[in-house]
Design a protein around this ligand. Structure first.
Ligand SMILES: [Zn+2]
Length: 196
């Protein structure tokens, strides 16, 4: 009988189909679980990448600092134009020194992206912030850094470090060496800083 012959095989076929369906469902569930774990971190990375690119572009489109436009990195401290003064080994002073008590918080003069938090021979502990127009703002001889890392965004007045005498300033009165670099060349920060 045709019906009998047809009746017998379907059972194992039904079960094997059910099992393969269950396996497929399990695999799908596992995939969904993995995607659920992966996607948020991927999208977070993409988000912070897009935000960082956007911040860079908006910074580059902003104007370079103009005369008397920047707040001092050490508000209330005396500003003196020491740009161009003679330094060891025939160098001239490519910035200005602003003196304050050791440990005084150093504030960013601009908004921008932290480029460097680290040491070099002359500057000791230094922080570099890339600000409006792509200008580099260099803060040197720090005693210590604030809680910042490269690629962080900082606003005007955010503390980036603390006054010290690190680098070749060792043993001199604590001060911050502040330099501004435009297209890779040092410019005198003094005229750009607001005078109190
Ligand atoms: Zn200096």
């Amino acid at each position: 009988m045709i019906a009998d012959n047809d009746d017998k095989p379907p059972k194992p076929a039904f079960f094997s189909r059910l099992i393969s369906l269950l396996i497929r469902a399990a695999v799908l569930l596992m995939l969904l679980f993995v995607l659920d774990k992966l996607l948020p971190s991927i999208s977070q990375q993409t988000q912070s990448f897009v935000v960082a690119k956007w911040q860079q572009l908006s910074l580059l489109q902003q104007d370079l600092p103009t005369e008397n436009s920047l707040p001092s990195p050490l508000p209330g401290q005396n500003l003196t134009d020491t740009w161009g003064a003679a330094r060891s080994q025939g160098r001239t002073h490519e910035g200005i020194d602003i003196f304050a008590e050791r440990g005084t918080p150093v504030q960013s003069t601009t908004q921008g992206i932290v480029r460097k938090v680290g040491e070099n021979t002359l500057g000791g502990r230094v922080v570099v912030v890339v600000g409006p127009g792509g200008a580099g703002h260099y803060y040197a001889h720090l005693e210590d850094y604030a809680d910042i890392t490269p690629n962080d965004w900082v606003n005007v007045g955010d503390v980036i470090g603390y006054v010290g005498d690190s680098g070749n300033a060792k043993g001199t009165p604590p001060h911050v060496h502040y330099g501004i670099y435009i297209n890779g060349s040092a410019v005198n920060p003094y005229p750009l800083l607001q005078k109190n």
